[in-house]
Design a protein around this ligand. Structure first.
Ligand SMILES: C[S@@+](CC[C@H](N)C(=O)[O-])C[C@H]1O[C@@H](n2cnc3c(N)ncnc32)[C@H](O)[C@@H]1O
Length: 176
């Protein structure tokens, strides 16, 4: 994902990473030339590890972290040149809402990764999901690629790169 974004040009770009966890993708994009990044993340529990990673990479002060549901916060979040959601769309029940909000914040590039919608991924995914729903009260979803990319298309984004691994599909999209 980082290599594909870098190939489209991230020099001096601003980055918004939704559901960024420790912010690993931001760090790689900053190392590839991006200027600054913001992470919007539901959980505060990543903050300690995120700060350590930034210090290790001499990037302290280049990443702002905000907490909450991006769909609820989006009006208060500035747009960025590049918006990234790595393994996040599967955490949200409504892909149109989340991807639409993310695409609405992307001036130029949008990068998404999400589980492949194949029968074998669905069987494995929803077996594990049943356990997570029961034990952790946490649900996750395999949304069809068409719904995810359709939401981005309605905001003006066209795929410029896609590839699949055994589980995850990666799409990099550019504003038309
Ligand atoms: C599977 S983790 C992936 C974390 C990181 N992107 C990575 O790949 O390591 C999904 C993350 O998205 C966050 N998340 C899910 N829905 C979100 C939302 N609506 N707004 C902000 N963060 C969200 C979760 O808190 C979680 O940290």
């Amino acid at each position: 994902m980082v290599a594909r974004l870098a190939a489209r040009g991230v020099s001096d770009a601003t980055v918004l990473e939704v559901g960024g966890g420790v912010g690993a993708i931001d760090i790689e994009l900053l190392k590839a030339g991006a200027r600054e990044a913001t992470v919007v993340e539901l959980s505060e529990e990543y903050d300690g590890a995120a700060a350590e990673l930034l210090a290790e990479n001499s990037l302290r002060g280049r990443v702002a972290r905000r907490h909450g549901d991006f769909v609820e916060l989006e009006r208060d979040v500035d747009p960025a040149d590049v918006v990234v959601m790595h393994r996040v769309v599967c955490c949200y029940p409504d892909p149109e809402l989340l991807v639409g909000a993310a695409a609405g914040h992307a001036r130029r590039l949008l990068a998404l990764s999400f589980p492949r919608d194949t029968w074998w991924v669905r069987i494995g995914w929803y077996t594990v999901d049943a356990w997570f729903r029961l034990v952790y009260r946490f649900a996750s979803f395999v949304h069809p690629r068409e719904r995810i990319l359709g939401a981005a298309a309605r905001m003006g984004f066209t795929p410029v790169h896609e590839h699949s691994g055994p589980l995850w599909h990666v799409a990099v999209l550019e504003r038309r």
